[in-house]
Write a protein that binds this ligand. Structure first.
Ligand SMILES: NC(=O)CCC(=O)C(=O)O
Length: 269
């Protein structure tokens, strides 16, 4: 099946962000896409000072739009927004199916709290609360969902690996960690023998948080990669995994007698 990743130029104009999503998803559907991935916080600039202003309940304006667009174009649509629920804020990825139905909500498990002196300090936990469960859904294959910083935690990918063929991460790395780690982390999924797709906002040099861009799809090799401007990239998810998992059968070669990665709770899916 065809996967599309929309690298949206997110602005402070929410209505404009939403109408561009409508247009770009339609364009991706016209190219035969059955699953479309949007960036982290596609309705809002990415930053702790924006989350409360742009946050919505689910369902709400932005996810209602996702539902309609998924139904109009008969595809699975995945994208994250700042979510408000019971007085708390979350970074939440919603997945809608081809009938416009809400399939799941994944709340970012690992909040992006880093402090690199002289370079970047970002503390999502100043405004957001973490999610507490893993999330998967079924389409042409089983898909595991994470959000950006979740990608750094190999244990999560290893748990998803037991049942998924594709991992999707709406994300927004920055101009420091982007060049250093963005592609490397995705390609590390080679060890997990999975497809991995990431969707970043397009780069906006004037933004308070400048996203790296370079939305990517890998299967160990990079099979599609955007530049830093607004664009859509496509990848056809094929037989590759079944072949490579048979040819290099690491899942049956694990030394379960020596080590284990164990989920305390599996969450949805
Ligand atoms: N939005 C995020 O979670 C950013 C993560 C990031 O930039 C990183 O280096 O990790």
């Amino acid at each position: 099946f065809r996967l599309a990743v929309v690298q949206l130029q997110v602005s402070s104009d929410k209505a404009n962000n939403l109408s561009k999503v409508r247009r770009l998803v339609k364009e991706a559907a016209g190219q035969g896409s059955k699953v479309v991935l949007l960036p982290e916080c596609f309705n809002s600039p990415y930053g702790t000072s924006f989350f409360s202003k742009y946050a919505e309940k689910i369902p709400g304006e932005s996810t209602q739009m996702l539902s309609e667009v998924a139904k109009e174009n008969k595809l699975h649509l995945v994208g994250s927004i700042p979510e408000e629920d019971s007085g708390k804020l979350y970074n939440t990825c919603a997945v809608f199916g081809p009938e416009g139905e809400l399939i799941l909500k994944h709340r970012k498990i690992h909040l992006f709290d880093i402090d690199v002196p002289g370079k970047i300090r970002f503390q999502e936990s100043e405004t957001l609360s973490p999610g507490n469960s893993l999330s998967t859904f079924d389409t042409f294959c089983r898909v595991g969902v994470g959000i950006c910083y979740d990608m750094r935690f190999a244990e999560l990918a290893q748990l998803y690996n037991r049942k998924c063929q594709l991992l999707v991460y709406p994300g927004a790395f920055n101009m420091m960690t982007g060049p250093a780690h963005w592609e490397l982390l995705q390609r590390a999924a080679l060890d997990n023998q999975m497809y991995v797709a990431t969707a970043s906002p397009a780069r906006d040099e004037a933004a308070s948080y400048v996203a790296w861009g370079h939305s990517t799809v890998v299967n160990g090799e990079v099979i599609a990669k955007a530049g830093h401007e607004e664009s859509i990239i496509y990848a056809d998810i094929l037989q590759y995994l079944a072949d490579i998992r048979q040819q290099i059968p690491i899942s049956s070669q694990r030394r379960d007698d020596l080590y284990a990665v164990t989920a305390m709770q599996q969450g949805s899916g």
